[in-house]
Design a protein around this ligand. Structure first.
Ligand SMILES: [Fe+2]
Ligand SMILES: [Fe+2]
Length: 313
């Protein structure tokens, strides 16, 4: 996120044709090579209950089933963030719902990002289909439901009385998501214990997102100067909610997956894992959001300790 400045959007827009995964790496994704049955689908170390005695005592088949479902759910989380939060927000930005995005390079990078997102969803869909075929996954939890990041947004938006409040909440969730998603993708992108395609999809996705972060950083600066005091206050007040929602470990989902895989003590496994210090977040580095708050000159109003990832009031 270095080098952000007045020409950032122009530079990013000009680089898109040579950078965008949809234009450069489609073949690799469509023809990813053989599935290696020896490799996992999802990094085992990312399971918050990886060391739990009940999990370790399970059969290899049960553990593999959890692992495969964890990978499918990881993709669902990414897709839900794109389809239900980022893309509706990119549309709002393109339609002038928020002030300050009139520069051509702002409109251009918003459209490019939107195009990228739709491709990402397709890419993750392909990865999921391939996993289901290779693992012969015939049954899955009824519905993974909307992931924790989205659920918390919907809850806050439902409490908001005004449309402008809901719009700003979606904008904030999109900004925090776009600026932080590479920390989420990197959890998988460099892992060599999983299917190469799974790491590849995360790596390609992350390359596009390395541009979306600066785009949303600039867009937030452009929009913010046009907001009134009430609107600025809403953003400053809800940044901690957006951060904690983005980074959250989804324990409702883990409970669902463990139950589905036949763990009789699923609830205890989840409760034990959840109570361990630091286990509430899967993403923990929100330094770039702190920089955004600083640039917007609201850092002192954001009730969040970025060193410990705790609310401060
Ligand atoms: Fe994306
Ligand atoms: Fe993105």
């Amino acid at each position: 996120m270095t080098g952000i400045g007045p020409n950032t959007l122009k530079r990013l827009a000009a680089a898109w044709p040579g950078r965008a995964t949809i234009r450069t790496d489609m073949t690799e994704v469509l023809d990813p090579g053989p599935y290696d049955p020896e490799l996992m689908d999802y990094p085992t170390g990312l399971l918050p209950f990886a060391e739990h005695p009940d999990y370790l005592a399970a059969t290899p088949e049960q553990q593999l089933q959890v692992n495969t479902l964890a990978w499918l759910a990881y993709n669902e989380r990414v897709i839900a963030a794109e389809e239900y939060v980022a893309n509706p927000t990119f549309e709002k930005l393109a339609h002038g719902v928020f002030p300050g995005c009139d520069r051509f390079e702002a409109k251009e990078t918003i459209q490019q990002s939107h195009v990228d997102e739709v491709w990402h969803t397709y890419m993750h869909m392909l990865a999921m289909r391939r996993t289901r075929e290779a693992r012969r996954t015939t049954a899955e939890p009824d519905k993974y439901g909307h992931p924790v990041t989205n659920r918390r947004l919907y809850a806050l938006a439902a409490e908001a009385g005004e449309q402008w409040e809901r719009d700003l909440l979606y904008l904030l969730w999109t900004a925090v998501g776009e600026i932080s998603i590479n920390k989420f993708l990197d959890l998988v992108a460099g892992d060599d214990t999983i299917q190469p395609m799974h790491a590849l999809v995360a790596r390609l996705h992350a390359r596009d997102e390395a541009a979306h972060g600066p785009v949303m950083f600039e867009v937030m600066k452009d929009v913010f100067v046009h907001l009134d005091a009430k609107q600025r206050d809403l953003l400053a007040r809800t940044i901690p909610d957006a951060i904690l929602a983005f980074g959250a470990e989804d324990y409702d989902l883990w409970l669902e997956i463990l139950r589905f895989a036949g763990f009789a003590r699923a609830k205890e496994i989840v409760e034990d894992s959840r109570s361990l210090p630091g286990n509430d977040l899967i993403v923990t580095d929100f330094g770039p959001i702190r920089r955004l708050a600083r640039e917007l000159e609201i850092e002192d109003r954001v009730a969040f300790d970025f060193a410990t990832n705790q609310r401060t009031e």
